[in-house]
Write a protein that binds this ligand. Structure first.
Ligand code: FAD
Length: 398
């Protein structure tokens, strides 16, 4: 592929930049760029604005209402949205369950669910992990017993991101206890309002509660909500994980953190001079920028291969490791920029944008929370250690 930006790409970048600048509500931009907590309505509002413009699903093929964009256009779009301060497009519906429904779903499932994902009538969450089944996902125990035209579910999911916002959950469940663990798993689509389903928040290090436990007690799910064949959900689970990992590569997030780093380093001073003029700090910024750019090109290569029909699951593992490491490194550099002022931490400010006076200025208030929040990217979607095992087996042949 040709990685240079063509005149059309340059024009497209301008169009997206202009759209974000004129259509993103300023209060949302302020919350996002300040690393403050982003409420549910902000995500929904932005997704609907994009959908109205025809840009709701950058990664989907045109036939399902997507943009049909090239890898380059998707990358430009993501970069401009992130650096322009837009909330991320939640991946659980758009980039996780939607590709599964397109590939393995029935026509009725496609017709019902895909339009509802596009305009965010449905907020999806992911019910994979359980207490005792994280890296070793195939050992999951949530039982689905078939009784006539329903499955009856009993078990528990954990670390379920945004389950408290969601009205739909896709779950891996055990439909057969005998044989190889991978062969008795099925993939179900579940309405969160079904009786017997309960969500309990988990409070995290940054005082947030984006993750939850989900309890399932005699939850009845219509057999029509099975995706693919019974007991064959493992293939679907892996297909979805490939999409999840490409998403965690987070090139938009890398670019947002990088642009924030440059702005902060230009404004913060040490011994009367902007930090960005300190040759040692400047070198750190240059090094990480090179890493971000090479990561972006790798991501575009992988998206191009995927669009050409290649299986990119191993490449997705590589991108996941690299993207999460770069994001964490950028988070650490931002803390370094703020120096001791980064230590100050105000949950109240994160919620409301007001509160006690922040030493060093309010613009530094969200840095610590962002730093802590970024610990998760090396864990979710399959830990980086486990991704290294996958690469060792699939690429190095160990
Ligand atoms: C913020 C956050 C959000 C999440 N959101 C979701 C969600 O929405 N839905 C969902 O289903 N799950 C979610 N998860 C769960 C996530 O996928 C799991 O935490 C992850 O797969 C690891 O599983 P575990 O926590 O059980 O750790 P374990 O599997 O117990 O691993 C513990 C440690 O041992 C290491 N380890 C384990 N096995 C090996 C091995 N074979 N070789 C080398 N090292 C190994 C791991 O790398 C890790 O360091 C989320 C997790 C976090 C932290």
């Amino acid at each position: 592929m040709d990685l240079r930006e063509s005149p059309e790409d340059v024009a497209f970048r301008g169009e997206v930049r202009e759209f974000v600048a004129t259509h993103l509500p300023p209060e949302i931009r302020e919350r996002v760029l300040g690393f403050r907590r982003v409420p549910r309505e902000d995500y929904v509002t932005w997704q609907r604005i994009l959908h109205q413009r025809g840009w709701g699903a950058p990664g989907w093929p045109r036939e399902f209402g997507g943009t049909g964009w090239t890898a380059r256009q998707r990358s430009i779009f993501e970069e401009e949205c992130y650096t322009g301060g837009a909330p991320r497009q939640m991946p659980f519906g758009l980039s996780m369950v939607a590709p599964v429904i397109m590939k393995f779903g029935t026509p009725a499932q496609r017709e019902h669910y895909l339009p509802r994902i596009l305009d965010f009538r449905d907020w999806w969450c992911q019910g994979y992990s359980e207490p005792g089944a994280g890296s070793d996902l195939a050992s999951l125990k949530t039982r689905a017993e078939r009784r006539g035209d329903v499955y009856v579910l009993n078990g528990q999911k954990t670390w379920t991101s945004f389950a408290h916002y969601a009205n739909m959950i896709f779950c891996l469940v055990r439909t057969r206890a005998e044989g190889k663990p991978q062969q008795g798993i099925s993939f179900l689509l579940i309405d969160m309002k079904t009786p017997g389903l309960r969500v309990r928040p988990i409070k995290t290090l940054d005082q947030g509660a984006d993750v939850n436990e989900v309890f399932l007690d005699d939850v009845e799910v219509p057999v029509a909500n099975l995706v693919g064949e019974e007991d064959r959900g493992w293939t679907i689970a892996k297909y979805l994980l490939g999409h999840e990992r490409t998403n965690i590569a987070g090139i938009g997030m890398c670019k947002r953190l990088l642009s924030r780093l440059k702005a902060l380093a230009a404004g913060e001073t040490r011994r009367g001079r902007p930090l960005l003029e300190d040759p040692r700090f400047r070198e750190k910024v240059a090094r990480i920028e090179i890493q971000v750019l090479s990561h972006e090109w790798s991501l575009m290569r992988v998206i191009s291969l995927e669009q050409a029909g290649r299986d990119v699951s191993t490449e997705a593992s590589m991108l996941k490791i690299r993207g999460s490491e770069i994001q964490q490194h950028l988070g650490a550099l931002l803390m370094e920029c703020a120096g001791p002022h980064a230590l100050h931490y105000s949950p109240e400010w994160l919620e409301t944008g007001h509160g006690e006076e922040m030493p060093g200025g309010a613009h530094l208030a969200g840095l610590a929370a962002q730093y802590f929040d970024l610990r998760k990217v090396a864990i979710y979607g399959g830990t980086n250690e486990v991704q290294r095992n996958i690469i060792a087996r699939a690429v190095v042949g160990l």
